[in-house]
Design a protein around this ligand. Sequence first.
Ligand SMILES: *Cc1c(COP(=O)(O)O)cnc(C)c1O
Length: 404
Amino acid sequence: MSLTISNEQLQAAATQYGTPLYVYHAEKITAQHQQLQKAFEGVYTRFFYACKALTNISVLKHIQSIGCNIDCSSINEVYLALKAGFNPEQILYTSNGIAFEEIIAAVEAGVSVNIDSLSNLEKFGKAYGSRYPVGIRLRPNIMAGGNLKISTGHNGSKFGIPLEQLDDILSLKNQYQLRINCLHVHTGSEIKDVDVFIKVADIFFDLVPHFQDLQVLDMGGGFKVPYQSNEKGTDIPLLAKKVGEVLNKFETTYGKKFQVWFEPGKYLVSECGYLITSVNVIKETPSVLFAGINSGFNHLIRPMFYEAYHHIRNISNPNGPIKNYAVTGNICETDNFAWDRPINEIRENDLLVIDNAGAYGFEMGSNYNSRFLPAQVLYKEGQMRLIRKRDTMEDILKNQIELN
Ligand SMILES: *Cc1c(COP(=O)(O)O)cnc(C)c1O
């Protein structure tokens, strides 16, 4: 089965549902999950989909159906996961900077929790003591990841409890008899260098003697996917091999088997997603040739927010002569998807497809400029099915209160 969606199918979806439109390929998600499982066969691991990348309930249900677990970044995501059919044992809540009430709610839901501040850890100790196991999110002081905005492990980062405060963690652990069963580190997104994960394992290795209830080594997510044709993603088989070796070292040294958890977001859903847009205006100026499309950073913020590259194709004129375009959105401030990009000649009303748009696309979207969020479609078993309607004016006004 093909793991890409053909131009004809994308065109048909645009005709049926209009543009801008997000289309996600279910079998591509399945294939990414299988690649992980295959690479890590025989290595004691579990994978938790970091669902903040894409949370449409129908996508979550698909991910649940293929046997993947789920990692949540808010209590609302925990509730979505439960609604999608994950059982609490499959749900992990890795929090950052949250109110303690959300931790109480997560415990009541029966899910695993990673706590990332001494303050919440102390509140947890007072509330639960040893009655509920808990994970600790650590800050390892490692700089990694594609961009400072998505780098979370360095020594200026707000994420996790700094390693230097180990003594404070241990005194809370003793004071409240905390059952710390998991150590967690997520260094950031787009980590190509597998040694970053091994460095994290080395940090865990030295910490083991302090945590007698430890069972899980959670190395977070951040596997890189290729965005440009000459780019390579994280070498997953190499990572599996190295993690396998490291786990053996843990077992021989400590006489105990630890399970490694990973939280891939982008890796599972980035490549499955396409944003189909259509061209509103071609503007030829003396210096720049603009193609203005009917979307903007309110639908896909990654190029403007992270300087991310997304491949853009003209599926209406795939054999046209190549010209260089600034592909721009319609939001009233600088709003580029690409700056000086060779693309087959673009005409008004052509369909431009933005690839690799499954992760952090729709999810980071907004109604800025009072524009509608795109519709979403799931392509599964050869069928396109609507999984979210396009907004209407009613949605824009839904929670507004009109005073007279
Ligand atoms: C965002 C996030 C992830 C996933 O990152 P990706 O780059 O999408 O793989 C994993 N774990 C935590 C704690 C996160 O916040």
